[in-house]
Design a protein around this ligand. Sequence first.
Ligand SMILES: C[S@@+](CC[C@H](N)C(=O)[O-])C[C@H]1O[C@@H](n2cnc3c(N)ncnc32)[C@H](O)[C@@H]1O
Ligand code: SF4
Length: 340
Amino acid sequence: MDTVVQNPLRTLIDPFGRQISYIRVSVTDRCDFRCFYCMSEDMTFLPKSDLLTLEELDRLCSLFVARGTRKIRITGGEPLVRRNIMSLFRGLSRHLDSGALEELTVTTNGSQLARHAQELYDCGVRRINVSLDTLDDAKFREITRWGDLSAVLKGIDAAQSAGLKIKINAVALKGVNDAEFESLIRWAHGRGMDLTFIEVMPLGEIEQARVDQYLPLSQVRAQLLDSFTLSESNYETGGPARYVNVKETGGRLGFITPLTHNFCESCNRVRLTCTGTLYMCLGQEDAADLRAPLRASASNELLEAEIERAILRKPKGHDFVIDRATRLPAVGRHMSVTGG
Ligand SMILES: C[S@@+](CC[C@H](N)C(=O)[O-])C[C@H]1O[C@@H](n2cnc3c(N)ncnc32)[C@H](O)[C@@H]1O
Ligand code: SF4
């Protein structure tokens, strides 16, 4: 006789037995920066009329919470440039208050953080990710094209003063920030922040060939051994980063290696875009449209059925390749669409 798997909480479980407990929500595809590895300088963004309202995003997030999501990360594009975005944080904080949600967090470029840090904390946000690839003014401009490093540093100051714990994410970029890894580590750890390096991923068309940007983190790690003593850490966030402790700084260093080490077997997440498209994997094209069932009915029945069907299609993993022979990106959309 077949064994019937009981699931009284109606949590979402994919065909590989992975429970979906984490959703990343890209609330806008727009950004006030144009990081050269993320976007082309001349981007065409979605018309505003295609976007879900903040109330609709709240409804979708709340449904995922009801179905077992314990962690929500708000991302983008740059999430803090979306008008009235704090109302979404305020609304979702009710799930923290009720205990249904464990963590509400955000990934930001930091440009608007000085304005919003205190309110984020007041909404129950405790840890945030700030993306920062260099501490050099001119390089920062070169990487982000439009960004201002001093605004980001002020944002980081404000966030720490408000009591937010910060993790810095830095993309390792060949020939761009590779001379700076040691100083980034000393700076972040000196301020009590974790730091994670990320391998560049082949997402979306940009001006430059990916292979010219890509720096395997195995190489970075070997290079760091000249300056630091690294020991394996069993620290786990449920995310893709693998951590080491740095003896000289007493801090923690993460590596996100989608290219050199595939981490899909423990993937517990799905990604929702600002138009209500649900991606079951960052590196695959398959998606489900949740906007139509969301708007078709005030009840959640159609929506839940669509989400359940989508989770059953969650693929085993991505298959990123960056080499001279592979010219096309793994997927056509940019990271700013799906949300990093
Ligand atoms: C798309 S951004 C969205 C949130 C916010 N704008 C920020 O920069 O933190 C999220 C993260 O994705 C990273 N990212 C963007 N494009 C990438 C790519 N092609 N490969 C690897 N990381 C990328 C960024 O560096 C950032 O840390
Ligand atoms: S990485 Fe973030 S800040 Fe940079 S262009 Fe992409 S969305 Fe904007």
